[in-house]
Design a protein around this ligand. Structure first.
Ligand SMILES: *[C@@H]1O[C@H](CO)[C@@H](O)[C@H](O)[C@H]1NC(C)=O
Ligand SMILES: *[C@@H]1O[C@H](CO)[C@@H](O)[C@H](O)[C@H]1NC(C)=O
Ligand SMILES: *[C@@H]1O[C@H](CO)[C@@H](O)[C@H](O)[C@H]1NC(C)=O
Ligand SMILES: *[C@@H]1O[C@H](CO)[C@@H](O)[C@H](O)[C@H]1NC(C)=O
Ligand SMILES: *[C@@H]1O[C@H](CO)[C@@H](O)[C@H](O)[C@H]1NC(C)=O
Length: 521
């Protein structure tokens, strides 16, 4: 009797769950748009002296929630690694620069990706665009990292029209000659010859639209749309270049502006298709850059922030980002979030917060935080939150100023590292370019840093001083020491993984693989 009651109870429970699943709201679709090297000042809604026009992006951001204390890594591979795994770079050895095309390195194969988790939860998961998380063996490729389809490039850059890439050799040492090959795949098949002449932004958008049109709306969709624009090389169809004649005379900046406006049009097309197909009301769209603008060379601009891509000044790591969705609460629509949000937060935010999948943070090694209630409901985040941006002991400041050498008793400040806690941010090591670069089309002038090139520590109150004018390392020494001690704890922890920096391998040469960038192991 007891036995049969119990089994009836179990059956009822199962039935109730089934009814709940059948009647419950459909799990939201997730479209994550990652753009490449977009500067802080290169969206219309941040524009300060910039002439770049982004009407669709501005409108989507204005309907959604702008993330104005949002941090990414200063380079492509590190941001993408943290985005897909939720782990700090110091916890999987991805902290040293980007993946060189000749080097046998990829996102560690034991890392679980967001795409793995969302696929397991029933999502259709697609990657359209740039991978840049390793190609030397096929185990590293997107289809083996949780994506069910892939259309795009395995490397980090290529000609936007030909989809070929030349990796310039060093001229000496092991295989110091140029490597040239095709880099455009549909799943694992080389399709470069079919798309030669069409711009990367066009073909990625068209593929994203066709995935949306073919998608069964009853199944949740996860699309990671990683545009290669506006990354180098400077290439855009003439009409977009011509649109800035009169506004921008500098040729690189004008081409870059055209690439951003083309991207803006593409995002308009993408959201139109989501609406036409009836998916939009159940979609969360995230827009994010992978790092700040490069500065003079590629004309991406971060004014009024300090520094460029590759540095831990705000210009390198404070990213343009917003979330837009009819599913946000009405109270937060059209508002700004100043909560500290980090690129590692997307994994728990999307998987646990949006897709409602329970995560074991310890098992997965997740360092990010589920920010969904902060973003979508306006709950307040932890104002004293700490984020470890990086510790790279392989990237050294060779000579340190005598006046700063005493800090090294807490942490070796010749290492490139950065940490934020509450209002305060500490940076150590070599930072290539700490100037304040003005948009060339503006009436402003660049402000050139007068600091010694051997300087190796900076401390800022970012809330009070977002443009990093007042280095407090010499005056708030206790705060500097405390943050250096935190870095040292992370550096000496058993979870710290040293940078994975294998040697170049001449077998990577596409000339030995039918002119194709491909696996060589
Ligand atoms: C890519 O793989 C997916 C999943 O197997 C499949 O649905 C799709 O048709 C493939 N695309 C091509 C072009 O083969
Ligand atoms: C791209 O590379 C392929 C293979 O080497 C070659 O056939 C093609 O002409 C190249 N395209 C351009 C525009 O260089
Ligand atoms: C957007 O869609 C329009 C209409 O189909 C098309 O002409 C245009 O080329 C598309 N732009 C981009 C960047 O995808
Ligand atoms: C989406 O929501 C809007 C506003 O509530 C409604 O007018 C529209 O019919 C909905 N569209 C679909 C496809 O459900
Ligand atoms: C997470 O996994 C670890 C190790 O497998 C286990 O000890 C722990 O209990 C799990 N935590 C939760 C909340 O399930």
């Amino acid at each position: 009797m007891i036995q049969s009651l119990r089994s009836t109870g179990v059956a009822w429970c199962a039935l109730a769950q089934l009814v709940f699943v059948l009647a419950g709201p459909p799990t939201p679709h997730i479209v994550f748009v990652m753009v490449d090297d977009l500067g802080y000042n290169d969206v219309g809604y941040h524009s300060d002296g910039s002439k770049i026009v982004t009407g669709n992006i501005d409108a989507l951001a204005a309907e959604g929630r702008k993330l104005e204390s949002y941090y990414v890594a200063p380079l492509c591979t590190p941001s993408r690694s943290q985005f897909l795994t939720g782990k700090y770079l110091i916890h999987n050895g991805m902290q040293h620069l980007v993946i060189d095309p000749r080097v046998p390195r990829c996102l560690p194969l034991d890392d679980v990706t967001m795409a793995n988790k969302l696929s397991d939860a029933g999502y259709a998961s697609h990657l359209v665009g740039k991978w840049h998380l390793g190609l030397y063996k096929t185990d590293c490729w997107p289809l083996n990292r949780g994506f069910q389809s892939f259309f795009g490039l395995l490397l980090g850059s290529g000609d936007h029209f030909s989809h070929n890439y030349t990796d310039v050799g060093s001229g000496n040492g092991r295989c110091g000659y140029d490597f040239t090959g095709m880099d455009l795949r549909d799943n694992e098949t080389n399709v470069q010859p079919d798309y030669e002449g069409q711009h990367s932004t066009t073909i990625f958008t068209e593929r994203a639209q066709s995935i949306i049109r073919d998608h069964d709306p009853d199944q949740p969709l996860f699309m990671y749309l990683a545009y290669q624009a506006p990354h180098l090389p400077f290439e855009v169809p003439d009409e977009y270049f011509e649109a800035y004649r009169g506004d921008i005379t500098n040729k690189n900046r004008r081409t870059y502006a055209g690439m951003v406006t083309m991207l803006d049009e593409a995002i308009g097309n993408l959201t139109d298709t989501l609406k036409e197909e009836g998916l939009w009301n159940d979609t969360v769209l995230v827009f994010s850059t992978d790092n700040g603008g490069v500065g003079k060379r590629n004309a991406g601009n971060n004014w009024p922030l300090r520094g460029v891509k590759g540095t831990y000044f705000e210009g390198g790591i404070r990213g343009v980002g917003f979330v837009t969705s009819p599913l946000l609460s009405d109270e937060v629509k059209g508002t700004i979030s100043t909560d500290l949000i980090h690129v590692t937060d997307w994994f728990p935010t999307l998987v646990e917060g949006i897709a409602n999948v329970a995560l074991n943070y310890t098992d997965l090694g997740i360092d990010g935080v589920n920010m969904w209630d902060v973003i979508s409901q306006g709950e307040s985040g932890d104002p004293d939150r700490m984020i470890v941006f990086n510790i790279d002991p392989e990237l050294l400041q060779p000579t340190i100023l005598a006046s700063e050498s005493h800090f090294t008793s807490h942490f070796d400040i010749s290492y490139q590292a950065s940490i934020r806690k509450g209002d305060m941010k500490l940076i150590t090591g070599k930072q290539e370019d700490g100037d304040w670069l003005a948009p060339v089309e503006s009436t402003y002038s660049d402000v050139v840093s007068t600091e010694s090139q051997h300087k190796a520590i900076w401390l800022y109150n970012i809330t009070a001083d977002p443009t990093e004018q007042n280095d407090l390392s010499a005056t708030m020494v206790d705060v500097a020491h405390e943050l250096l001690e935190r870095l040292q704890e992370y550096y000496t922890s058993s979870r710290f993984v040293s940078p994975n920096t294998p040697r170049v391998d001449c077998d990577a040469d596409p000339a030995t693989h039918g002119d194709l960038w491909t696996n060589w192991e």
